[in-house]
Design a protein around this ligand. Structure first.
Ligand code: SAM
Length: 264
């Protein structure tokens, strides 16, 4: 409990934290220095354009290992993280007839399970990274999911302007806002209400801090819950903190956004 509270208060961008972390994890210093140099170079090439920058980060990471690029250090972890997302939504009423939009679908760590479960054509995955979407298609092949006809689409923003209004029962973004600056989240929240079906909801995870909001290398962003709840409220959306997600071995927190009245 105490260590969790300390974790939630820590500012990973502060010099004091970096020194303490380096002293405790000397073997991680060299890889972190390489990552810092790479990210500085990519930010120089894509100044003030987070999506272009993060797309370049994903291209570099996916060229090494697509599973690692979505944050899983082993196939076992990749499978477990996908199952966690799937089981959670099943437990919250997902049925095969639902239409699902998976924002930042990555290489279908969870997506392949949703595609397998949903009726054909009901899964819609979008991502900013062409490299990870190529890997996503390989996952469709690996699990023989071609008959389910999933939609996999490249995007460069979260306006959803190419998608129909009132269409999706479930919108889902796992480990996406943990890599997103405020303007990306605001854009998503300003537009997601339009594509949600009546009674539908939008679940997203985020890296929570109870201290100062910060980011590390423009890759990992830490938000206070009330900041995100406030962003949702400014768009006329209701945000609920999902307590039952906290008990899962994941490390991020989850908010559920609802538009309109009624539930699934
Ligand atoms: C950590 S991975 C998680 C992938 C997937 N949700 C999962 O759980 O396996 C984050 C993914 O979000 C994508 N992404 C990051 N920012 C995005 C944005 N603004 N819009 C859409 N996708 C984004 C990245 O390209 C990457 O594939």
């Amino acid at each position: 409990m105490e260590s969790n509270r300390r974790k939630l208060a820590v500012n990973r961008a502060s010099v004091a934290h970096k020194i303490r972390y380096a002293a405790r994890n000397p073997r991680r210093v060299a890889p972190h220095a390489r990552r810092t140099a790479r990210d500085a170079w990519l930010w120089l090439r894509h100044p003030r354009d987070h999506v272009a920058y993060y797309r370049a980060v994903m291209a570099s990471d996916a060229a090494r290992d697509a599973d690692l690029a979505v944050g899983s250090g082993s196939k076992k972890r990749w499978l477990a993280l996908g199952r966690m997302q799937f089981d959670y939504l099943r437990g919250h009423g997902l049925t095969p007839a639902h239409r699902m939009l998976d924002i930042g679908c990555g290489n279908l760590r969870a997506g392949w399970r949703f595609i397998d479960y949903l009726d054909p054509g009901r899964y819609y995955g979008i991502d900013i990274s062409p490299d990870i979407l190529i890997s996503a298609k390989e996952t469709v092949v690996a699990y023989a999911l071609q008959p389910k006809l999933p939609h996999l689409t490249l995007t460069r923003n979260l306006t959803f302007d190419f998608l129909p209004a009132g269409h999706f029962d479930i919108v889902h973004a796992h480990s996406v806002f943990s890599h997103s600056p405020p303007q990306v989240i605001e854009e998503c929240l300003a537009n997601v209400g339009r594509v949600l079906a009546p009674g539908g909801f939008f679940d997203f995870t985020f890296d929570r801090t109870e201290g100062r909001e910060h980011h590390v290398l423009r890759e990992d962003f830490y938000y206070r819950t009330e900041t995100l709840v406030g962003m949702a409220e400014r768009q006329g959306l209701r945000a609920e903190f999902m307590d039952d997600w906290e008990s899962l071995p994941h490390g991020q927190s989850k908010l559920r956004i609802s538009a309109g009245v009624g539930s699934m």
